[in-house]
Design a protein around this ligand. Sequence first.
Ligand code: IPM
Ligand code: SF4
Length: 470
Amino acid sequence: MSALTLYDKVWQQHVVKDYDDGTSLLYIDRHLVQEVSSPQAFAGLVAEGRNLVRPAAHIAVADHAVPTRLRHLPLPDGLASRQVSRLEANCERFGIHYIGMNDNRHGIVHVIGPELGFTLPGVTLVCGDSHTSTHGAFGAIAFGIGASECECVFATQTLRQKKQKTMRVMLNGALQPGVAVKDIILALIAKIGTNGGVGHAIEYAGPAIATLSMEARMTLCNMSIEAGSRVGMIAPDQITLDYVRGRKLAPTPDMQAAAETHWMSLRSDADASFDREVELDVSALVPHVSWGTNPGETAPVSDRIPDPALETDPARRAKMERSLKYMALAPGMKLDEIAIDRVFIGSCTNGRIEDLRLAAEVVEGRHVASTVAGIVVPGSASVRIQAEAEGLDKIFKQAGFEWRDSGCSMCVAMNDDRLAPGERCASTSNRNFEGRQGQGGRTHLMSPAMAAAAAISGHLVDVRTLGKSA
Ligand SMILES: CC(C)[C@H](C(=O)O)[C@@H](O)C(=O)O
Ligand code: SF4
């Protein structure tokens, strides 16, 4: 038998049937459901008089539309409130486990799946949400799907899919202090482009991976979709097993040894070949920030805004010009002199406990600049509770940040937290297209430590040069 990649192995273990046209019917183990992408799928079930084949394979939570403060009050009437109540009603009707916004297990789908042990190595996991690639950090095949596919999973627990090509991103070296995994993924997207991963399932491998926590691995896999790849995976190792063990929905002690033996077999064979190989030495990386309107328009914070006139490809040049116009930036400007108005620390990319610890470390004993308003939004209630137990909330509040309840918040303009037109934000989220954080809003993507440093300085800055607090 020929050598297999991690993706091949998990794929093969889930194929129900291969078709002549090159597609396969895949068994889907798990499905996360949120309020934005599910209404149409539920409506389809109702219209066809169908039911769920395996209700326990789905967990639902409202994360995009929920407010992140004053949650004890009824939601004001409007789209957000309708989305949340519709999800509740649909879950009730179809017998799906629903986690309410005031529940201690609430949070962004991609944060709570792993926390609950719902996300496990070697499973197939889907959600009507593009950042489902996050869960690949566990060695799962996890990808975002559309509403009609959600309906299909509800009704059949399968999906007809075309197998992706494979791409290995070899991460060599080790990160320097002050440089984060977010800088790896931003630098990678700057290198391969936002279409660089299209049609490919990425496997992140190499010595740098072994040093990364599960939280950091999730940040990496989360942004695979920003490189165009629906799937990002990392082979399970001891760090994975330690993270999963004991979680609420993880295998019970009597099944644990068998599960762990299986999970540890999920790795690419030494002689497996990939359709594409990319290499990045992370030792040489410095903190990055985005300057444009896609995550590939990113540069080291010590750089200057690039000059479109020097770009030889006309399409790229036009895109850069448009980005700079929207962002109100000029070629040659120093990135670390760009003043900001808002800071958002949160999202399914960087709203986990480690992210908040890294940001708090920068913030401790300092104060947010008088020109800046900052919010810290834990990715889940469990992250919030843990952070509060560690006193991180106090550090943020004393520094002048607002401390919020869990949700997608200012990552996406689908709730009350959004930028006003013209406002510029240092954000730990994953998307920076026009209007993403609010109509006319301008987003600079960066790591939690970098966003914290920007909040303190009032402008983009290399966190490593911030100096010691007074
Ligand atoms: C609203 C949702 C379907 C969307 C996604 O697919 O990713 C959102 O989460 C996003 O990050 O843009
Ligand atoms: S936090 Fe942002 S990227 Fe993640 S699911 Fe919510 S809106 Fe999408």
